[in-house]
Design a protein around this ligand. Structure first.
Ligand code: THG
Length: 292
């Protein structure tokens, strides 16, 4: 899997402050650490960046690309900032993101074409977040058709199902899994990605990793091309690179509805089995799912 590092984001206290104060030191350090950790791209998440977003992104893109030779995912809802970032970005940038809303498409697809950038196609329409895999499929088809109208090749579209937190949207997790399953047929030339850590947003910190890792195994099985991830989760990266085949096989068994006798399994494996059942909706989510 292609990995996009999530750690340069405005929600992080240290990085958020560095963005605000234009302090290059923590930003360079984080970019270097993420590159060293093996990330293929870095997400530069500025949030809405309503005030002086263009100026900020220009500054961030420059200082990051001075120290790492990686393409960046320009993550902000501010269109002006996206254009400013594209103007100074070296190599092929990834616009994060274009949703299936007319005003976003009309403002951003011409930029993707002009700067020869890829874009993340967010399956979010005028009616908001889709309710299931089929609605996600319809929005993806619309994004692909619109991109074709602007002369953007399908290979430059990274479709994103919008992963939602399991603690409040448990059925939606399956909607995203099913969407990943559909993509091979629906959009064989497009790429795909997702904000993997969204699935564990709001969950007690020590339990987030296991949800992220188990969900990665599930999405990877259906051919998810990439994910925006915590650059420093070593086990997650091993899974992404196919170095944990036994764990993957075990989770596949749960996905296939096999009855698993957990009494003979290691503690670590039991945790994966229980977590897969929650992500599949076989068990209702609660913060104590591992203790049941
Ligand atoms: N799709 C696309 N882009 C996205 C998302 C998506 N960008 C943002 C987000 N979702 C993916 N990135 C993150 C980044 C951080 C966290 C989750 C997703 C996160 N951070 C911790 C927190 O907020 O508690 C820790 C913050 C820190 O770094 O200190 O959970 O879905 N296209």
């Amino acid at each position: 899997m292609v990995l996009i590092g999530e750690n340069l984001n405005v929600m992080s206290k240290k990085i958020g402050e560095a963005f605000k104060e234009k302090n290059p030191v923590p930003i360079r350090e984080m970019a270097l650490s993420e590159a060293k950790a093996g990330m293929d791209l870095l997400d530069i998440n500025l949030g809405p960046a309503r005030k002086a977003g263009a100026e900020l992104i220009e500054w961030v893109v420059k200082i990051v690309q001075e120290v790492v030779d990686l393409p960046l995912s320009l993550d902000t809802t501010n269109v002006e900032a996206i254009e400013a970032g594209l103007r100074v970005h070296k190599g092929k940038a990834l616009i994060n993101s274009i949703s299936a809303r007319p005003e976003r498409i009309e403002a951003l697809m011409p930029l993707a074409k002009h700067y020869n950038a890829s874009f993340i196609g967010l399956t979010l329409g005028v009616e908001g977040i889709p309710r299931d895999a089929n609605e996600r499929g319809l929005l993806a088809a619309q994004l692909i058709a619109d991109a074709a109208g602007y002369g953007i090749p399908e290979e430059d579209i990274w479709l994103d199902p919008i992963v939602l937190p399991i603690n409040s949207q448990q059925v939606q997790v399956q909607g995203c899994t099913e969407f990943a399953m559909m993509l091979g047929e629906l959009a064989p030339n497009c790429k795909s990605t997702c904000g993997l850590s969204n699935v564990s947003n709001g969950v007690p910190t020590h339990l987030r990793g296991i949800l992220n890792r188990t969900y990665m195994i599930m999405l990877k099985r259906y051919g998810m091309y990439s994910a925006i991830v915590d650059a420093f989760d070593e086990e997650l990266k091993s899974i992404a690179k196919g170095k944990m085949p036994e764990l993957e096989a075990l989770v596949y068994k749960v996905m296939d509805g096999e009855n698993i006798d957990i009494s003979g399994l290691s503690k670590e494996k039991v945790v994966y089995v229980k977590t897969a059942k929650v992500l599949l909706g076989q068990v209702l989510y609660s913060d104590s799912w591992l203790e049941i």
